[in-house]
Write a protein that binds this ligand. Structure first.
Ligand code: AMP
Length: 282
């Protein structure tokens, strides 16, 4: 596996591939890789001549220094994990200086209101950080296709908006959520859960599944109350938000309208770990 740690050495490689009309697929990650990341990489390998995976924990998208410091980092394991899948993957592991130069700062973005909902409302500056790092990474990697998980559905919609508004020539591909056997959405942060917490966190997807099964017969208001009640006396899980929102605008819905598609979104604290998940509603 070829590993690049700076853009100066990655750029000539990218340019040589582009000059030979090779299609470049890109999977940006923050590492601590799991099968969810791998599913994105597999799809990218199927659809492109060259696949670049980046591993970079981007400081500007963290609103909480402790969360940034505690974010799991296992670079050797990550490389082995990718190597098992394919030796052809190109790994890009930059440091802050390579990405940001001297000033690790965010640019400011407007995403037509998508940035004000849910994660945007609860994590100050998060989507400015996401917009910044992806703008920079798209410039460096120059991908034809880039792959993002529905696990971070709001982020996926924001990336689509970023690309559309700035006319970045990349096709954004959304990939389904990969779950643990107990239903918990795979996440790098799951590595910080104790065994007991991991087991208890299955309750999040159980709740979303109940919402999905009751969606056609129950009002949005009642569903919201139901979710609040379910978490009220939970010993391990603390609900941060639950929303049912329009899939394209992400505006929380009050009443169901026939032509709209909806998703349920949730953020929960389990001990020190913040978990998010979502499901499409029928
Ligand atoms: P992260 O390393 O958390 O920044 O994630 C990198 C990419 O992997 C993002 O596009 C995530 O949405 C995606 N991803 C993370 N977890 C999952 C999962 N369980 N299933 C599918 N995609 C995922």
């Amino acid at each position: 596996m070829v590993v690049y740690t700076d853009k100066e050495s990655l750029t000539p490689f990218i340019l040589s591939k582009k000059n030979n009309s090779k299609k470049i697929g890109f999977v940006p990650t923050m590492g601590a890789l799991h099968k969810g990341h791998l599913s994105l990489v597999k799809t990218a390998l199927d659809q492109n001549d060259v696949v670049v995976v980046s591993i970079y924990v981007n400081p500007t998208q963290f609103d909480n220094l402790k969360d940034l410091e505690n974010y799991p980092r296992i670079p050797v394991k990550d490389q082995q994990f990718l190597e098992q899948l394919s030796g052809d993957i190109v790994l890009y592991v930059p440091d802050n200086k390579d990405i940001y130069g001297r000033a690790v700062d965010s640019m400011n973005f407007r995403f037509d209101g998508l940035e004000h909902q849910m994660e945007g409302a609860h994590r100050d500056g998060h989507f400015d950080g996401v917009g910044t790092i992806l703008t920079l990474l798209f410039e460096i990697v120059q991908p034809d296709m880039a792959y993002f998980g529905e696990k971070d559905f709001q982020q996926l919609q924001i990336v689509r908006k970023l690309v559309e508004k700035n006319s970045i020539p990349v096709q954004i591909i959304g990939c389904p959520i990969v779950r643990e056997n107990n239903g918990l959405a795979m996440s790098s942060r799951n590595k910080r859960l104790s065994k007991k917490e991991f087991k208890e966190a299955a309750f999040i997807y159980e709740t979303l599944s109940e919402v999905r099964s009751k969606f056609s017969s129950t009002s949005i208001n009642k569903l919201k109350l139901l979710v609040k009640e379910r978490f009220l006396h939970h010993d391990y899980l603390k609900l941060e938000y639950f929303e049912i929102a329009n899939e394209s605008t992400l505006v929380p819905a009050i009443r169901k309208r026939k032509d709209n598609k909806y998703r349920a979104f949730i953020a929960v604290h389990c001990g020190e770990v913040r978990l998010i998940d979502n499901v499409a509603l029928p």
